[in-house]
Design a protein around this ligand. Structure first.
Ligand code: SAH
Ligand code: SF4
Ligand code: F3S
Length: 441
C-alpha cells in the first residue's frame, strides 16, 4: 500500500483542511505514514501569514527534494495559503513540486493525484474554483472533538494581512448545513465543537436577503443539539460582537466561557493604520460588555509588534491595554511585511532589533499576567474534558477547562470523559490538579 504524510502549518482552518486532505487520500487507498521519510505522497499544507512559515517550508521542501532524488516515484504536493499566494511561480520556485492546490480546492485533490496516489498530473487550483470541503471524508485526530467550518474567506481589509488575498471573499455556509453537520457529529460521539471562520462572528451576513440570520442565532442552534456539551469559536473580530452574539454566549449552556479577542495594537492611531475599524476605547468597552454578560470569561488575544510607524508611545499604549484587560493568554507576533499588502509599502518600517526588543517586553508582561490569572484558579474545582496522557508527565492525564486552559492532573478518567478537577497549582500556560469526580452525563 502506498502511504502519505501531511505536514500542517498555520491556523486551525489549515489544521481542519488537513483532516480533509487526509480523509481524501485515505479514500484514494493510501495509508498514513508515521513520518515524511516513510511516505510515498508527501503533502505540505502551508501558511504564509508571516515570513517565518515560508522559510520553514523552503527547508522542508529541500529535504523532500533530496528524498525524491533517491526515489523519483515519490510525490510532493503543496497545498494551502502559500501555494495560493505563489500560484504563478510555485513550479519555478520549487521544480520538485508535483501538485499544488489552493485552500479552496481540496476537493479536486483526487483528480490530480489519481487512484492510489500515482499518475500525477501537475495540478492547479484557484479561488474561482473554491468549495466548502465539509462534505469530504474526514480523518479526525480525536473522536470527541471536532472543528466545524462555518465560513470561508474574509471581507476585512486589515492592512498587514495576506489572508483575504489567499482565502478570498467571505462566504457563509447555510445554517441548515452547519446544524446538520453538528447533529451528525454529536451522533458520532463528538462532545466539543469549535466553529471556524476567518471572521467567524460576521457569519451569515451575506446570506441576506434569502436568509436573515446572524452568528448569535447559529450559536443557539448548535447549543440546542443534544450531546454537544462545549462550543467554542475562532477567530472572531471585535467589530462583529453585536448584542445578539454576546447574549447567546451568555445564555447558551454549551458555549464556553472563553473568547479570542484579537487586539493587534493598543494604540488607536496604529489600529487606524491597520484598518481594524475599532479604537482602544471601543475595544475596552467591548471587553467590559463581555465580562458583564459572562462573569468568568477567559480572554485570549493576538498582538502585532512593530507595525510601520509604531512609536514608543504607541507601543506603551499596547502595554497599557494588555495590563488593563488582563489576558488569560496571548499570541504575540513581530510584524512581517507581506508582498501585496498595504502595510508592506508603508513608510517608517520599524527596525528589526527594535521589534525584537519590544516583543520581548510584551511577552514578559503577557506571561506575568497569564501566570497571575492562572494562579487565581488554584483551589477551584474546574470541569475538564479529558484529552489523553499529559505531554510532560505520562503518569498524569491532560485535559482542558471550559476556559480553554490545559490541565495536567492525577486521575483515572478516559479520553472524551468530562471530569471535575481540583486545581492545586498553576504556571502561565497550564494548571495542575487532582481528579475530583466524573461529571454526570
Ligand atoms: N482571521 C483571524 C486570524 C488572522 S491570522 C483574525 O482575524 O483574528 C492570525 C494573527 O496573525 C492575526 O491576528 C495577527 O495578529 C497575526 N498577523 C497577521 N498578519 C501578520 C503580519 N503580516 N505580521 C505579523 N503578524 C501578523
Ligand atoms: Fe486578516 Fe483582518 Fe481578515 Fe483577520 S480579519 S483574516 S487579520 S484581514
Ligand atoms: Fe496561515 Fe492561511 Fe491560516 S496564511 S494563518 S494558514 S488562513
Amino acid at each position: 500500500m502506498r502511504r502519505y504524510h501531511v505536514t500542517t502549518f498555520g491556523c486551525q482552518m489549515n489544521a481542519h483542511d488537513s483532516e480533509r486532505i487526509k480523509g481524501m487520500l485515505e479514500d484514494l487507498g493510501l495509508g498514513e505514514a508515521p513520518t515524511r521519510d516513510d511516505a510515498d505522497v508527501v503533502v505540505f499544507n502551508t501558511c504564509t501569514i508571516r515570513e517565518k512559515p515560508d522559510t520553514k517550508l523552503a527547508a522542508y521542501l529541500g529535504e523532500a527534494a533530496a528524498r525524491k532524488r533517491d526515489d523519483p516515484d515519490r510525490v510532493i504536493a503543496v497545498g494551502g495559503c502559500y501555494a495560493e499566494a505563489q500560484r504563478e511561480r510555485i513550479f519555478e520556485l520549487y521544480p520538485q513540486v508535483d501538485v499544488a492546490f489552493g485552500p479552496g480546492s481540496i476537493a479536486h485533490l483526487a483528480d490530480w493525484l489519481g487512484a492510489g496516489g500515482v499518475g500525477v498530473a501537475r495540478g492547479r487550483f484557484g479561488l474561482d474554483d473554491r468549495d466548502f470541503a465539509a462534505e469530504l471524508p474526514h480523518h479526525r485526530e480525536r473522536s470527541f472533538q471536532a472543528w466545524v467550518q462555518v465560513s470561508m474567506g474574509c471581507n476585512s481589509v486589515c492592512s498587514y494581512c495576506i489572508v483575504p488575498s489567499v482565502r478570498g471573499r467571505e462566504q457563509s455556509r447555510r445554517p441548515g448545513e452547519i446544524v446538520a453537520e453538528v447533529t451528525r457529529l454529536a451522533a458520532e460521539g463528538v462532545r466539543e465543537i469549535t466553529l471556524l471562520g476567518q471572521n467567524v462572528n460576521s457569519w451569515g451576513r451575506e446570506l441576506a436577503p434569502g436568509i436573515d440570520t446572524e452568528f448569535g442565532e447559529l450559536l443557539r442552534a448548535c447549543d440546542a443539539v443534544d450531546g454537544i456539551e462545549r462550543i467554542r469559536f475562532t477567530s472572531p473580530h471585535p467589530k462583529d460582537f453585536r448584542e445578539p452574539v454576546i447574549a447567546a454566549m451568555a445564555e447558551c449552556g454549551a458555549v464556553c466561557e472563553q473568547v479570542h479577542l484579537p487586539l493587534q495594537s493598543g494604540s488607536t492611531r496604529i489600529l487606524k493604520a491597520m484598518r481594524r475599524t475599532y479604537g482602544r476605547d471601543r475595544y475596552l468597552e467591548l471587553v467590559a460588555r463581555l465580562r458583564d454578560a459572562i462573569p468568568d470569561l477567559a480572554i485570549g488575544t493576538d498582538i502585532i509588534v512593530g507595525f510601520p510607524g509604531e512609536t514608543e508611545e504607541d507601543f506603551n499604549a499596547t502595554l497599557e491595554v494588555v495590563e488593563e484587560v488582563g489576558y488569560d493568554s496571548a499570541f504575540t507576533f513581530v510584524y512581517s511585511p507581506r508582498a501585496g499588502t498595504e502595510a508592506a509599502t508603508m513608510p517608517d518600517q520599524v527596525p528589526h532589533e527594535l521589534k525584537i526588543e519590544r516583543v520581548e517586553r510584551l511577552v514578559e508582561l503577557t506571561q506575568r499576567i497569564a501566570r497571575e490569572r492562572n494562579a487565581g484558579r488554584v483551589g477551584r474545582v474546574e470541569e475538564v474534558l479529558v484529552e489523553g496522557p499529559s505531554r510532560t508527565e505520562p503518569s498524569l492525564l491532560r485535559g482542558r477547562t471550559r476556559r480553554n486552559t490545559t490541565v495536567n492532573f492525577a486521575g483515572d478518567a478516559r479520553p472524551g470523559e468530562l471530569v471535575t478537577v481540583l486545581v492545586e497549582s498553576a504556571t502561565s500556560t497550564t494548571l495542575r490538579g487532582t481528579q475530583h469526580a466524573l461529571v454526570a452525563a
